[in-house]
Ligand binder design. Structure first.
Ligand code: SF4
Ligand code: SF4
Length: 137
């Protein structure tokens, strides 16, 4: 794994204050650990290239159920060394991700995953990424 880049969610408007104005919420910066060979995150709306940034920053709704957490890397995320991309393990490694107890549900979960993850659609992650120093220190 490479040195972690920092991820900044796009600023979002906060709730209206008593004076009726909306102000941007404080910026949140998160350090993620990403494979050194992972491709750089493309622009919003560009084809997904498997950079993994979104799933390393926080799980999608399905990933929250699988990982039992709302922040941090999704447990279902898999690194594909041959292609040097991240893949969603729900789609590529379904039975392992579900474990023996839920293995029977693999076909159903795969169908849902295709819908929830919006596979094949452009990148929908509004995160800003700043690469680290490449492993020094
Ligand atoms: S949706 Fe975007 S951030 Fe997520 S893996 Fe694809 S390209 Fe990367
Ligand atoms: S797309 Fe797959 S790997 Fe990414 S957060 Fe969702 S369940 Fe996890």
């Amino acid at each position: 794994m490479g040195k972690g880049p920092s991820v900044r969610p796009e600023p979002v408007e906060g709730p209206a204050s008593p004076d009726g104005l909306r102000r941007a919420q404080p910026e949140r910066v998160e350090i993620i650990h990403i494979h050194a060979e992972a491709p750089a995150k493309p622009a919003l709306g560009a084809p997904c290239n498997g950079c993994g940034v979104c799933c390393l920053a926080e799980p999608c709704p399905l990933g929250r159920v699988i990982s039992r957490k709302r922040f941090g890397a999704c447990d279902a995320l898999r690194w594909d060394g041959a292609l040097a991309v991240y893949r969603c393990g729900v789609l590529t490694d379904t039975r392992t991700v579900l474990g023996p107890r839920w293995r029977w549900a693999a076909p159903l979960v795969q169908r849902l995953a295709h819908r929830w993850i919006a596979a094949g659609v452009g990148c929908d992650a509004t995160l800003q990424v700043e690469r680290g120093n490449g492993g020094a220190g």
